[in-house]
Design a protein around this ligand. Structure first.
Ligand code: ADP
Ligand code: MG
Length: 678
C-alpha cells in the first residue's frame, strides 16, 4: 500500500463509504492521516450510575430493565426511552426518533454508554448517548472527528486506526535541520499524539509541532504571495486633492468622526506612488460601505475604475442597488456581475468594462474569472473580507497594474492573528456607531417559544418586520434541530394573516433575490432564513431577529445575525431560542445578551470556541484547534516566520528537493493558479 492510494484499499471501506469520505475532502490515505480530530473526549473513567452528574460527560454501563415508546413531534412510536440499571441505580436513556432501536435494547441485555447526563423531570436522563455492547465502546482518550453525511465517528475512528501503521511513510514539510533547531518531535510522534494521544504531554508535543508546521507553510505561502502581490511597490497613484468631499457632502447624514478619519486615511494613501493595502475594521452597522464608497469615488474621479467583491449574491446585489442610486447622481456607471447574470448581458458588461464605460463593477467571486478585463483598474475592494481566500484577493488584484486594495471586515481580529494573516496591511478602525442607534434588546428564550412568537406578531401588527433564522434548510434525521422549512410551515399555520417567506442557500438565485427584494420593500412580514442572510443585509424596517436553536451558532455569527436589526429608528429585539443545557451554549447566550461590543465578543469567541468563527477556516484551511494554539504559543509564530524567511532566502523558488513537500503544501493551501511563481 501507498499513501496516495484510495481509501478503498482499507478493509471495510467500499465505494459508498469512500464517496462519503471524499465529500469531506478525504480521498487518499494521506488525506486521512492529515485529518485531525476536532476535539477529544476523556473517557478514561467509568462511573457508577448513581454517580452520574448532570453536565459531566461520562462512561457508564448497565442492563436494560425497561423500554417505552412515545410520540415525538406528532409521530407515534418515534420516541424511545430505555431504563438501564447497574445495581447502584437506574438512569433513563432517551432517543428522539429512535423508536426502531427497541430491537436493540432488549430487556436483560447489557450495554456501555457514553453521554452527558441532564436532569429531567423524572430524574437523571441521558439523551442520545453513544452506545455499544459491553466491551466494544471506545474508551481512554477518544478522538472526535468532523464527520457528515453517511460518515459516522465509528467509520472515521476505525479507518484512522487502520492507517496508523503508515505514519512512518508520511511526507514531512519540516526538514531535519529545523526539527533539530527547535527541538521538535518527529512527524510520527506528532501523528500518534494527535490521533491517539497517550497522555496530555504527548498531545502537547504533537500539537506544538503540528502548529509549527502549519504556520511554516502558511508563512512561506504568504511571503511568496506578498512578493508577487506588489504591495508597497510602484502602483496606481491618484491625483492629490480632496475629491471625495464632493461625494460625502451629498450624503443625507453626517459622517461619524471615525468614518471621516478612515476616509481621510484611505484617500491620502491612494495618492501615494506605491500600491497600498488597507484593512478597514468596523463593527456591524458602523457604516463601512460609505467609507468604501468615498474611496471608490475618489478613484473614479481620478480616471480609474474600481471593483467591489462581496461574498454572497444577496449582499452584492444590495450593494449594486445602493451604488446605482448614489453614483448615478454623479453620472457614474455601475455594473454588476455574478454567476447568475445571463450570458448575453454578461458579454455586454464585459465589453463596457473593457472600454471603460463601466466605472464601478460590483459582484461576487464571479469577478475573478479570466475574461473579466478592466481598462484602468485603480482600486479593488472586498467586503466581508474574512469570507475570501488570499488567492481570490490576489487574482482580482492582478486584473490591474498593481491597483490599490481595500479590505473591509466586521470581524475584529485579535492582534496576534492579524499579524500572521494581515501583516502587510495598514489598518483603519471605525470604532464608533452612527448616532441615534438604539441598543438591540437581546433575550435568551427557553421553553417560551410561543410567547416569543406572539411578540413577533405584535411587532408585525405595528408594521415592522422580522427575521427568523434556523441552522438548517430541511429536516434532517437524527438531529433535534429546527429547519427553515419546518419553521416556515409552522408559522404559516399559526399566523394565517401574516405574509411569510423563506430564503435559503438551496434555492435558485432568482428565487432568493425575489424573496429578499420583497422583504426589503416591506411586502413580506416575516422572512424565515438560514445563515445566507448573515452578512451585510440591510433592511432598516426589520426590528425583530429570532434565532432558532441558537446553540448551533458561534458567538461571532450570533452577533452578525443580530446586526441585521437595529438599523432603523425603531427599537429592535433579538431572541435566542435554545433548549440546550450545554455550558458553552449558555455562556454564549449570556455573552450576547449582555453586550453589543463586537470586539469584546470576538475575544470571548476565541476563548469559548476557538477562532474558527472569527476567522473562517475557508480562508486558510487551518483547523481551529491549531489557530487556538497559535494564539497561545506566540513564540511559534516568530520562529516559524523566521524559518519561512530563511527558506525563501536560500531557495526563493522552492526548487530544491528538500523543499518539495513544503512547496506542494503551499500550492495546495493557496491554489496554484495564480502567480506564485511555483
Ligand atoms: P456595515 O458597517 O455593517 O457594513 P453599513 O455600511 O451597511 O454597515 O451601514 C449601515 C447603515 O447605516 C446604512 O443604512 C447606512 O446608510 C447607515 N449609515 C452609515 N453611516 C451613517 C452615519 N454616519 N449616520 C447615519 N447613518 C449612517
Ligand atoms: Mg457591510
Amino acid at each position: 500500500m501507498n499513501l496516495k492510494d484510495e481509501l478503498t484499499v482499507l478493509k471495510g471501506i467500499g465505494p459508498v463509504k469512500a464517496e462519503a469520505f471524499a465529500k469531506i475532502g478525504i480521498k487518499s490515505l494521506e488525506d486521512l492521516i492529515f485529518t485531525f480530530p476536532v476535539r477529544y473526549e476523556d473517557r478514561r473513567n467509568a462511573v457508577a450510575v448513581n454517580r452520574l452528574v448532570p453536565g459531566e460527560p461520562a462512561v457508564f454501563r448497565g442492563m436494560v430493565v425497561r423500554t417505552s415508546k412515545g410520540p415525538y413531534r406528532g409521530k407515534r412510536g418515534s420516541l424511545l426511552k430505555v431504563t438501564v440499571s447497574d445495581g447502584t441505580g437506574a438512569v433513563e436513556i432517551v432517543f428522539f426518533k429512535g423508536g426502531y432501536l427497541d430491537k436493540t435494547f432488549v430487556r436483560g441485555r447489557c450495554f456501555d454508554f457514553f453521554g452527558t447526563p441532564v436532569s429531567g423531570k423524572t430524574g437523571i436522563q441521558v439523551i442520545h448517548p453513544e452506545f455499544a455492547v459491553q466491551g466494544e465502546l471506545m474508551t481512554g482518550i477518544v478522538p472526535v472527528y468532523h464527520v457528515s453525511g453517511a460518515l459516522t465517528q465509528k467509520d472515521m475512528r476505525n479507518s484512522q486506526k487502520a492507517v496508523r501503521e503508515f505514519y512512518k511513510d508520511a511526507s514531512d514539510s519540516v526538514t531535519p535541520e529545523i526539527e533539530e533547531r527547535y527541538n521538535l518531535c518527529s512527524l510520527e510522534h506528532e501523528l500518534e499524539g494527535l490521533h491517539f494521544p497517550s497522555s496530555r504531554r504527548h498531545y502537547g508535543e504533537a500539537r506544538y509541532r503540528a502548529v509549527f508546521d502549519e504556520v511554516l507553510v502558511l508563512q512561506t505561502g504568504l511571503l511568496l504571495a506578498r512578493t508577487c502581490s506588489g504591495n508597497g511597490e510602484k502602483g496606481v497613484a491618484l491625483a492629490k486633492g480632496r475629491h471625495e468631499i464632493e461625494y460625502t457632502d451629498k450624503l443625507p447624514y453626517t459622517l461619524t468622526k471615525a468614518q471621516k478619519r478612515c476616509i481621510d486615511e484611505i484617500c491620502r494613501d491612494l495618492e501615494k506612488e506605491s500600491s497600498i493595502s488597507r484593512l478597514v475594521q468596523g463593527d456591524v452597522g458602523s457604516g463601512k460601505t460609505v467609507v468604501a464608497e468615498a474611496a471608490i469615488y475618489k478613484t473614479v474621479a481620478c480616471g480609474y475604475q474600481a471593483v467591489l467583491m462581496a461574498p454572497t449574491e444577496i449582499l452584492a446585489r444590495q450593494h449594486f442597488e445602493g451604488f446605482k442610486r448614489n453614483f448615478g447622481e454623479f453620472g457614474i456607471k455601475v455594473g454588476f456581475l455574478s454567476g447568475s447574470v445571463k450570458k448575453s448581458e454578461r458579454t455586454e458588461i464585459l465589453e463596457e468594462l473593457k472600454n471603460g464605460e463601466i466605472q464601478i463593477l460590483i459582484g461576487t467571486h464571479a469577478l475573478i474569472q479570466p475574461d473579466v478585463e478592466f481598462c484602468r483598474l485603480g482600486l479593488v475592494v472586498t467586503d466581508e473580507q474574512h469570507r475570501f481566500g488570499v488567492s481570490q484577493r490576489i487574482k482580482l488584484k492582478e486584473k490591474g497594474e498593481n491597483p490599490n486594495l481595500l479590505l473591509m471586515t466586521a470581524t475584529p481580529i485579535p492582534r496576534t492573528l492579524a499579524v500572521i494573516f494581515y501583516g502587510e496591511f495598514e489598518v483603519s478602525v471605525i470604532d464608533e456607531l452612527p448616532p441615534g442607534r438604539i441598543k438591540v434588546e437581546t433575550k435568551c428564550v427557553r421553553g417560551r417559544r410561543d410567547e416569543c412568537y406572539s411578540f413577533v406578531k405584535n411587532m408585525i401588527d405595528r408594521g415592522q418586520q422580522a427575521y427568523v433564522v434556523t441552522p438548517l434548510i430541511d429536516e434532517s434525521d437524527g438531529l433535534d434541530v429546527r429547519s427553515a422549512g419546518e419553521v416556515y410551515s409552522e408559522l404559516k399555520e399559526k399566523f394565517p394573516s401574516v405574509t411569510i417567506d423563506i430564503v435559503h442557500g438551496g434555492m435558485k438565485q432568482a428565487e432568493k433575490d425575489a424573496a429578499m427584494e420583497c422583504f426589503a420593500r416591506g411586502e413580506t412580514d416575516i422572512l424565515v432564513a438560514t445563515v445566507v442572510i448573515e452578512v451585510g443585509i440591510n433592511v432598516p424596517n426589520a426590528t425583530v431577529m429570532v434565532i432558532e436553536n441558537a446553540e448551533r451558532f458561534g458567538l461571532a455569527q450570533l452577533h452578525q445575525l443580530r446586526g441585521r436589526v437595529g438599523r432603523g429608528s425603531n427599537k429592535s429585539y433579538c431572541f435566542l431560542i435554545t433548549e440546550s443545557e450545554s455550558e458553552t451554549a449558555l455562556k454564549r447566550c449570556e455573552t450576547i445578551e449582555r453586550t453589543n461590543d463586537g470586539f469584546y465578543i470576538a475575544e470571548e469567541d476565541l476563548r469559548l470556541r476557538g477562532p474558527g468563527e472569527i476567522f473562517g477556516t475557508s480562508q486558510h484551511g487551518l483547523p481551529d484547534m491549531h489557530i487556538t494554539a497559535m494564539t497561545k504559543h506566540t513564540d511559534i509564530l516568530e520562529k516559524a516566520k523566521n524559518e519561512a524567511l530563511n527558506i525563501l532566502n536560500e531557495d526563493p523558488q522552492l526548487s530544491e528537493i528538500r523543499h518539495a513537500v513544503i512547496k506542494s503544501r503551499v500550492a495546495e493551501l493557496f491554489g496554484t493558479d495564480f502567480k506564485l511563481n511555483l
